[in-house]
Write a protein that binds this ligand. Structure first.
Ligand code: 2U9
Length: 342
């Protein structure tokens, strides 16, 4: 038995160093080791000399040896056929074809730009569901039952359940964060929102927003203004001027809209700013005390500000896109124009 083991080990190491450069040499290997008068057959014949109590163990050993030889033969055969392809004119050392690399969607690029500015001020990012219940999308946000935003004309309702809507803003994610009761909150909610509008070059039934929320003790309108000043300077350059106009949103009080000097004409007046020199970029305000109460936060102890901006409009201005539909048609000729650097 020991003799058999050492014989097999010897053949294995001999076979392992066998070099077969072409099919002729592979055939030589086959004849020498696997042929009818080959070594594997011969060594199988040794079984008859093995003691009866060792036959089982020897059988396993010989089987394993036969498999080893057959596998090695297959490997040599494949390697030799590859060499022949190479000999026939294919240089196997050449690098392969590069896998085609996609590009980021312009809405994603703009969202990342906006998000990264606020992240530098310590805002974290949160996401939430696009199908929302009435409470998170409307009720908690101080939007009373008769509010026009709830109208079927403006909101997509889910047929199976009248309590479900496609979210009309990402404020619903802020409500979910506030309900967790972990304060302070300094968060950003980017995402897709839906409004029941006719699709055209200038409006769509879905678009993208970034909303922000900051809640802590003693948060004031001055904090809101400084945060948004920082954002605008980072986004449009330090020379840009800013103005606030009073506005109304049910979820903020007081509320404002913020304009910047037109990034196209610099304020002298053009088609984009309708000759006013100003472009509206976002809405904002101090979170309404009713909204804080609705989420279990004491408005006498805490205050906060919130803001919201659409992504499509700044993306259209930056990338010179004149039709909203291009963003969702997935035309590869449109999409491949954008790279992370732009
Ligand atoms: C909570 C409380 C208040 C978010 C806000 C706006 C003003 C706003 C629009 C900008 C362009 C929507 O995409 S748009 O059409 N948004 O003007 N959004 S304040 O206020 C919140 C959010 C969450 C809990």
């Amino acid at each position: 038995m020991e003799q058999l083991v050492s014989q097999i080990e010897g053949y294995k190491s001999e076979m392992s160093s066998f070099i077969a450069n072409d099919e002729k040499q592979v055939e030589e290997f086959r004849i020498k080791y696997l042929g009818t008068k080959g070594i594997v057959k011969a060594i199988m014949g040794e079984m008859k000399n093995v003691a009866a109590d060792q036959k089982k163990q020897a059988g396993q050993l010989l089987n394993e040896f036969r498999l080893f030889t057959e596998n090695l033969y297959e490997t040599l055969k494949q390697a030799a056929s590859g060499t022949e392809v190479a000999a026939a004119g294919t240089d196997l050392s050449l690098p392969g074809d590069p896998a085609p690399l996609g590009s980021r969607h312009p809405i994603t690029l703009m969202r990342n730009r906006i998000v990264s500015i606020f992240q530098r001020l310590g805002f974290a990012v949160a996401e939430g569901p696009e199908i929302e219940d009435d409470w998170h999308n409307f009720g908690a946000l101080n939007l009373p039952a008769h509010h026009p935003a709830r109208d079927m004309q403006d909101t997509f309702y889910i047929q199976q359940n009248p309590d479900w809507v496609l979210r009309t803003h990402t404020s619903s994610v802020q409500i979910r964060e506030m309900e967790k009761g972990k304060l302070p909150i300094r968060m950003l909610m980017p995402g897709r929102v839906y409004r029941n509008e006719t699709v055209s070059a200038r409006s769509h039934c879905f678009f993208h927003q970034v909303e922000g929320l900051y809640i802590d003790e003693n948060v004031s309108f001055a904090d809101l203004k400084q945060t948004l000043y920082f954002f605008v300077k980072e986004m449009y350059g330090k020379d840009v001027k800013v103005r606030f106009r009073p506005s109304y949103f049910p979820f903020t009080e007081p509320s404002a809209e913020m304009d910047v000097t037109c990034m196209i004409c610099g304020g002298s007046g053009c088609n984009i700013c309708k000759k006013t020199g100003w472009v509206e970029i976002l809405g904002c305000g101090m979170v309404h005390p009713n909204v804080l109460t609705n989420c279990g936060i004491d408005p006498n102890k805490y205050s906060g500000f919130a803001f919201g901006l659409g992504i499509e409009r700044p993306a259209m201005l930056k990338y010179d896109v004149n039709d909203l539909r291009l963003f969702s048609e997935n035309d590869i000729r449109f999409l491949r124009q954008f790279t992370a650097a732009t």
